[in-house]
Design a protein around this ligand. Structure first.
Ligand SMILES: [Zn+2]
Length: 284
């Protein structure tokens, strides 16, 4: 079967993740490649790091689809003297097209937040907040209440492992049933999380002050907070984009080979000095 040209993949991805739903500061779409080049092997990854690009090149991938942009700010050189330049050069030398679906994939349905909601085993899922007709985040319910510890334990079995693990603010034995989720950095949504009545909020990149203030406002009660890691919460989407892309290409995509990257691009490598869980601190 003759491989489809890149233009067919770009068209399918733009139907799944319309570029006009991306945030105004974002840079999504095709980064490298020729629309006429044939695509037989597609790699999926969260981050277009040098290691990810090298893996895709070694495997002979024609298209690398990532969540995070490679080029978000002004670039004045693609010489290999910088990591960005080396990445762009490696893509071009290896004839790898790079396509980015970022904030447009966050708000898509199914998108990044749906994948995280599904990993949390939520039912009756709806947008956490709707802005200008676009749904951000998701909120839903567990089929039956779980303890906060039990809920996070269950989530940990479906998330990829990271050095930092999953951080939780809240009492381990408290029962939770309503859960809000935002994949990646989510501390802009605390107001919407409180308004949704969620017992627990699963997101990532939570910083000291926003978390401490949210816990103080909650007086030790709900919403409890779960920082499950930026890369881990977004990696879940890669299965979704793969199946949606194959479906969108219809019968024409059946000869396609795909690979979901398992290189851990979470930048942390190890942790020292974590307190034991019985050494309770915080505000709970
Ligand atoms: Zn992200």
């Amino acid at each position: 079967m003759i491989p489809l040209p890149l233009r067919d993949f770009v068209a399918a991805l733009e139907r799944l993740y319309p570029p006009n739903t991306a945030s105004s500061w974002d840079r999504v779409g095709l980064v490298s490649g020729s629309l006429d080049q044939p695509v037989s092997l597609v790699h999926f990854a969260v981050d277009p790091t040098l290691a990810v690009i090298e893996e895709a090149g070694d495997a002979g991938a024609d298209l690398l689809i990532t969540h995070h942009p490679l080029l978000l700010r002004g670039v004045h050189s693609v010489a290999t003297t910088s990591a960005k330049g080396a990445s762009v050069t490696a893509l071009i030398v290896s004839h790898i097209a790079l396509y980015v679906a970022h904030t447009n994939a966050d708000v898509a349905s199914p998108g990044v937040c749906d994948a995280l909601a599904s990993a949390c085993a939520l039912v009756d899922v709806e947008p956490l907040e709707v802005v200008d007709g676009v749904g951000h985040g998701r909120v839903g319910s567990l089929a039956r209440p779980l303890t906060l510890h039990g809920f996070v334990q269950q989530l940990s079995t479906v998330l990829p492992k990271t050095a930092g693990g999953i951080r939780v603010a809240g009492p381990a034995g408290a029962l939770v049933s309503r859960v809000a989720v935002v994949g990646g950095a989510g501390d802009d949504f605390f107001g919407a999380v409180r308004a949704s009545g969620a017992d627990v909020y699963v997101t990532a990149d939570l910083r000291h002050h926003p978390v401490l203030e949210a816990r103080e406002e909650a007086r030790g009660g709900t919403p409890y907070l779960v920082d499950a890691g930026h890369w881990a919460t977004e990696w879940l989407w890669l299965q979704s984009v793969r199946s949606e892309l194959v479906r969108e290409l219809g019968g024409r995509g059946t000869s396609l080979n795909t690979h979901i990257c398992t290189l851990r691009t979470d930048p942390w490598d190890f942790v020292i000095g974590a307190a034991t869980t019985d050494n309770t601190g915080g505000t709970s």
